[in-house]
Design a protein around this ligand. Structure first.
Ligand SMILES: Nc1ncnc2c1ncn2[C@@H]1O[C@H](COP(=O)(O)OP(=O)(O)OP(=O)(O)O)[C@@H](O)[C@H]1O
Length: 221
């Protein structure tokens, strides 16, 4: 379980998060929604241990973020908004490179299986030859090499074709259902949020998102 208790965060004098609290069960899919600049990425970065809250506490499976950062990091897969891949290397070479950095070791066959789960079979294509959707799927595949139990994604389906979008959503759904992985992700696509998520957290002051989600019957925390 992930417990976020009264977390606040400011960049210098700019307050971005104000007393955010939520308890998230293993295997839930949580959507972070809200207007541009509302603090969704900041919150994800805090959950990913990349930023420290100014106030409040976070625990993951009874481990405190303050004292067990490296143990918690091993459980986290993080897919930031910007795609971070070696463009001149092939899909498989990218997987092998990131496997070397991973604390969980995987065989080439296991790495291929992760890619195949993503419908990505162009093992020998250079990344620069891939579509945007394929690159996003590869980024996601890399984040799964170390078998995380908590997956954090910043707009994983923005700007990609519908087929890749559906495939990514299917993977996230599968990971939550079958692997009991907790998935927390940001999106501006409200159809996607209402279809995929169990619950949402609304950031920012704009009532638009809250009203829209309430109309759709989507639980808000
Ligand atoms: N490194 C930083 N230094 C100062 N201010 C920042 C920094 N990063 C973000 N901000 C500001 O903090 C606020 C929240 O930003 P954040 O990126 O978390 O919002 P967001 O909800 O993810 O937005 P978007 O939907 O556009 O991705 C914004 O006003 C942003 O300009």
């Amino acid at each position: 379980m992930l417990k976020v208790d009264n977390v606040s965060f400011s960049y210098r004098t700019k307050k971005v998060l104000d007393n955010v609290s939520i308890e998230i069960e293993d295997g839930e899919i949580i959507g972070l929604v809200g207007e541009n600049g509302a603090g969704k990425t900041t919150f994800l970065n805090i959950l990913a241990t990349l930023l420290k809250p100014r106030k409040g506490t976070i625990t993951y499976n009874d481990m405190k973020y303050k004292s067990k950062k490296s143990a918690i990091r091993k459980q986290i897969g993080y897919v930031p908004q910007d795609i971070a891949l070696w463009e001149d290397l092939t899909v498989m070479e990218n997987m092998l490179f990131f496997e070397k950095l991973s604390w969980v070791k995987k065989s080439e066959k296991e790495l291929k299986d992760i890619l195949l789960d993503m419908q990505l079979d162009r093992f020998d294509s250079k990344v620069k030859e891939l579509s945007g959707g394929m690159k996003r799927k590869l980024n996601l595949a890399i984040s799964l090499i170390h078998d995380p139990s908590l997956l954090l994604l910043d707009e994983p389906t923005v700007g990609i074709d519908l087929k890749s979008k559906i495939e990514i959503n299917d993977i996230l759904d599968y990971m939550s259902e079958e692997e009991n992985m907790t998935v927390i992700y940001t999106s501006h696509d409200m159809d996607e949020i209402t279809q995929l998520c169990d619950r949402t957290i609304v950031f920012g002051q704009d009532p638009f998102y809250r009203e829209l989600l309430e109309r759709e019957g989507m639980p808000i925390s």
